[in-house]
Design a protein around this ligand. Structure first.
Ligand SMILES: CC(C)(COP(=O)(O)OP(=O)(O)OC[C@H]1O[C@@H](n2cnc3c(N)ncnc32)[C@H](O)[C@@H]1OP(=O)(O)O)[C@@H](O)C(=O)NCCC(=O)NCCS
Length: 340
């Protein structure tokens, strides 16, 4: 029998650079409440959200992903010709075919292997793990990992369980070889028995006529599940990295809801002084984009710095979840409206 050759790749990988794109338009709770039967006070206390951003004309999903990717390339100093794979994590690209990733690669001037990943709000942490493994296997020297969402097109503005939660945006990192490991082993899994808890379904008269699906969510079920089950997953990621909670500089969970973050922080018994991501205040829940956007916000505000050790965890539709310890990358701060 012929023996098939296999590649071998980098001994260690890391995120080499980060870029983000935040849409121009800031949407306040007051604007949401022009249609939704709710109040600014209720939204702030139940979710922590003050504002979110919605994509406008020209800020397509592919355009936002491309802007974030350019930022990541700039921050990493990696040329587009060095990218071997482009992975786009999203649940709001409006077509199954073509996927968003080849379109983003084309915009960047790349012919790299390109594909989308659908793991709901956990998409970025899934894609980061796969990207790291592609470099470690030798199948790519550098991978662009992008999380991008345009949830505003999938919202029923009258739905009290979802209309105020979600927002739009994009974040991207370049993954490549590094001297020291900067992306720890992933702790991940799924529970399809709860697939109905967060879902897109047709038949909503209020959403964009071109994309007649609306996100529906059983918020209480998510709230019962995430802060407890995800604490175990986060502990597993830290243990798999050979670390303890006291080794962490920052905790950067998916920006689902401020109360979920606060409960997770309590359940994990994180040490005093650890920086906690709270980008949900100004971004809402941007699903697959939320973790890279939250990293960027922490770096920009000086709450964390490149080189810090951070615990990432993301969870959502599926239900799916993924967590890993990482070394934070540098950022170019490329967003047009990054300081917003
Ligand atoms: C969505 C969420 C904020 C709703 O909060 P909740 O406390 O569970 O709300 P409930 O549905 O139990 O309703 C509690 C009360 O608030 C009211 N309410 C519900 N939604 C409301 C809204 N948008 N505005 C104002 N009042 C609202 C209800 O009518 C109810 O009133 P009552 O006590 O007089 O009957 C909450 O379940 C949540 O945050 N879940 C997690 C969702 C999440 O993070 N998803 C991301 C997944 S990736």
């Amino acid at each position: 029998m012929a023996r098939i050759g296999q590649r071998s790749g980098a001994a260690a990988t890391a995120m080499l650079g980060l870029g983000v794109y935040r849409p121009e338009r800031v949407v306040t709770n007051a604007e949401i409440c022009e249609v939704l039967d709710s109040s600014d006070e209720w939204i702030r206390t139940r979710s922590g959200i003050r504002t979110r951003r919605y994509a406008g004309e020209g800020e397509t999903l592919v355009a936002m992903a491309t802007r974030a990717a350019r930022g990541a390339l700039e921050a990493s100093g990696v040329g587009v010709d060095e990218i071997g794979t482009v992975i786009v994590a999203t649940s709001t690209h409006t077509q199954h075919s073509p996927a968003a990733a080849p379109l983003v690669a084309h915009e960047l001037g790349s012919r790299a292997a390109s594909f989308d990943m659908s793991a709901g709000c956990a998409g970025f942490c899934h894609a980061l793990s796969v990207g790291s493994d592609l470099v470690r296997s030798g199948n790519a020297s550098h991978v662009l990992v992008i999380g991008v969402e345009m949830l505003s097109r999938f919202l029923d503005p009258t739905d009290r369980g979802t209309a105020f939660i979600f927002g739009d945006g994009a974040g991207a990192v370049v993954v490549g070889q590094s001297d020291e490991p900067g992306i720890g082993p992933v702790a991940w899994g799924s529970d399809g028995s709860q697939s109905h808890v967060i879902r897109q379904e047709p038949g909503c008269e209020h959403v964009d006529a071109d994309h007649p699906m609306a996100v529906r969510m059983e918020g209480t079920a998510v709230f019962r599940w995430a802060p407890f089950a995800m604490a175990d997953v986060a502990r597993e990621a830290v243990a798999e990295a050979g670390l303890t909670m006291s080794d962490l500089d920052a905790f950067i969970p998916h920006q689902a809801n401020m109360r979920i973050t606060e409960t997770l922080v309590r359940n994990l018994k994180l040490p005093d002084g650890i920086a906690i991501a709270r980008d949900i205040q100004d971004s809402g829940n941007t699903s697959a984009a939320s973790v890279p956007l939250a990293i960027e916000a922490m770096l920009r505000h000086g709450e964390a710095k490149p080189g810090d050790t951070a615990l990432l965890i993301a969870f959502g539709a599926g239900l799916s979840y993924a967590s890993q310890v990482v070394t934070l990358p540098a950022t170019a701060g490329v967003s047009a409206s990054v300081a917003g």
